[in-house]
Design a protein around this ligand. Structure first.
Ligand SMILES: C[S@@+](CC[C@H](N)C(=O)[O-])C[C@H]1O[C@@H](n2cnc3c(N)ncnc32)[C@H](O)[C@@H]1O
Length: 268
């Protein structure tokens, strides 16, 4: 008899989610049609659009042993599971449902009117929850997963975190500075932010500048100059703001584009 199970998340419409054969890692991976992260699951790499493994050092993470670490916008959870393996107690935040992305309202209305309940449930599985749940199951993860919009984190999380990690999320947000305030609010005093986002390549000195991308093939808003990204930290009262690295990130699959990413550390 094949051991089969279906994941279920409270408050999320799981009605169209697939039954999984939990004895076969490859078949579980195949049941998720969109993998964001390449993650090694019992020696099998998930077909992620992004392989973040070559970039881990660029985040300059401190020793995480015994620390409370928040991974905001965890996606399939590559970083969450890595931090767990390094001894951290990890909380992974992501959206409850795909349409809760920061879409312009007219785009959201259009998308919701085009798609039925079953399709929306499947999008939530394929693009938001399935990859994380399958990976967590296979890895035997003890991470806590909290489903909330980034802006609402202070309402649902205690200010207990030593480290709040947030990589490649701000670009998807209408209000990145408000989101950073929410991140700061869940840090314990002295806690540290590690925030990474695509930035402009051009030098703007101390001038404030940000490129408005607007909706392209998903919610995409602001790409700041690096000086502006730094300033976002300062205006919300973060201290010890330090640009720790800048680098090109290549999408898996070669010719799908390059982002220029900056990583900033700061403390509350
Ligand atoms: C581009 S992925 C980044 C994944 C991972 N942090 C990394 O750097 O590889 C963006 C993630 O942020 C989440 N996200 C987008 N908007 C969000 C919001 N308003 N609140 C919480 N999470 C959000 C998405 O669901 C997705 O998991």
């Amino acid at each position: 008899m094949i051991p089969r199970m279906k994941f279920d998340l409270p408050g999320v419409d799981c009605s169209a989610w697939p039954m999984l054969d939990t004895s076969d890692v490859q078949s579980m991976i195949d049941e998720v049609r969109v993998w964001y992260h390449a993650i090694s699951l019992q020696g099998i790499d998930t077909p992620g659009v992004y392989d973040m493994r070559p970039y881990v050092e660029r985040y300059h993470m401190p020793d995480l042993e015994g620390l409370e670490v928040l991974d905001v916008g965890a996606s399939n959870g590559y970083f969450s599971f890595l931090f767990e393996s390094l001894g951290a107690k990890v909380t992974s935040v992501d959206l409850p449902s795909y349409p809760e992305h920061d879409y312009p309202k007219w785009v959201l209305e259009r998308e919701l009117s085009r798609r039925g309940k079953e399709e929306l449930s499947l999008i939530d599985w394929d693009e938001l929850h399935g990859g994380y749940l399958v990976a967590a199951h296979v890895l035997g993860s003890k991470n806590e997963r909290v489903l909330t919009r980034i802006y609402d984190m202070p309402d649902v999380l205690e200010p207990k975190f030593d480290i709040a990690f947030c990589s490649n999320v701000l670009v998807h947000l209408r209000d990145p500075v408000g989101a950073m305030e929410a991140i700061r609010a869940v840090l314990k005093p002295g806690g540290r932010t590690v925030i990474a986002t695509p930035v402009l390549r051009e030098e703007y000195g101390e001038a404030s500048a940000a490129n408005l991308i607007g909706f392209v093939d998903g919610p995409a808003w602001w790409v700041p100059a690096i000086s502006t990204f730094r300033r976002w930290h300062e205006v919300i009262g973060l201290k010890d703001v330090e640009i720790v690295d800048e680098f090109d990130t290549q999408r898996a699959g070669g010719d799908r584009g390059v982002d220029y990413t900056a990583v900033i550390h700061a403390t509350r």
